[in-house]
Design a protein. Sequence first.
Length: 490
Amino acid sequence: MKYYDKLIFELSRPGRKGYELPADEYGKDAMSAIPSELMRGTEAELPEVSELDVVRHYTNLSMKNFGVDTGFYPLGSCTMKYNPKINEEIAAMPQFTQLHPLQDEKGVQGALELYYNLQQALANIAGLYEFTLNPYAGAHGELTGLMVMRQYHLSRGDEKRTKVIVPNSAHGTNPASAMVAGLEVVEVKSKPNGSIDVEDLKPLLDDTVAGIMMTNPNTLGMFETEIMEIAALVHEAGGLLYYDGANLNPLLGKVRPGDMGFDIMHINLHKTFSTPHGGGGPGSGPVGVVEHLAKFLPNPRVRKNADGSFSIESDGESLGSVSSFLGNFGVMMKAYAYILTLGRENLKNVGPLATLNANYIKESLKDDYLLPIDGVCKHEFVFDGLKDKSTGVTTLNVAKRLLDYGFHAPTIYFPLLFHESMMIEPTETESVETLDEFIDVMHKVAAEARETPEDVKNAPLTTIVRKLDETTAAKNPVLTYRQLKSAAEK
Ligand SMILES: *Cc1c(COP(=O)(O)O)cnc(C)c1O
């Protein structure tokens, strides 16, 4: 073990210090501003280290991590595309970061204009009437959108519409959001190719249906060709169509959910619009709706006045508020920079290139990996493990082995429709050379699985941490230094 691989607590030496609290604006010790009843009674157990120790500790830690800036990251359903650095630079401008949400409207006209422009850009991209940028994440957007759906039915006195239809292949957040919104989840079956079984859907469509939640292309990356019929059936029954647009990548620039008959949708700016994610945020899950639902969107919203100025408004029929102030402004600025740097013409290439890349990998690997659903996919696809499973090498083994070759694993064991699911999404930002390298490595791992299966089963062999005991990690996680010490003493 290298010296700086030690835990920061082990580098601690009594009295060593790397900080000095500044005096307050009156020149007094900053601590004196804290009322005595709020002061802690005992010293916090913190490592006592120098600034240099801290810098090395975090820099070394960051080098043990795998990110899209260090290697190819084909994590299906997550759209781990490259995030151009200019987005970060723009979002970090002090003109943005030093704004205060309680500042007077007149002093933040520029920021409101960008906010408004992003609302409009998303509405154009989605083919919908109005967007709120308030929600903080995809699941939060789903909840907001479903609250709009509920509010719509209640406003018509249609109180018995509490049923939301969700395909059994849906992202787990869909049924969860419906439950949190106080709605009841009803599952509709998928056909073997992953698309919704319209015959199974029909009997579910009665006067208790609030709506249906779908994503198109579906979770298996296949386009729902019967979407227009589904939309007509749901609308005839008095329900609304919700589109899970967390991954808008397959459609971007080509197809608009509004044109397919959807009434409400959310978009994950932190997937499709190139904000870094995977570390848990910050995110943004804007929600768009058709015109007659716009009045139910959450408050506050940014509007453009007749004189060209911008204001923050609250409407009476709104479902209320879902966030503090206007949402995660920094994430919005990254998304806005992304849209402007690509421009209308290049934005149209995102979906087609993401689709081309996914199909290229799928066709190149289907000799070694089991492709349960053949045909042209959109931005992602699913293998059901290795074709030759005779040596007992699993999807988990293949995923771990990829780490030895410098690639992040695909999404594994999701969707649940297959036992050995391996969901691959390359995105449009990878070069053909990177894709070829990944394809070579996947073939190499398949050959190893046949010839030297133990190498694959024991993987990863070269990573900082070897195979983890995932059950213990989930059931008895050791998250603090104190827990680690007491575990070691036992
Ligand atoms: C990622 C994702 C979500 C959830 O988004 P969060 O920002 O993680 O809450 C919902 N649906 C689909 C299809 C997704 O891929």
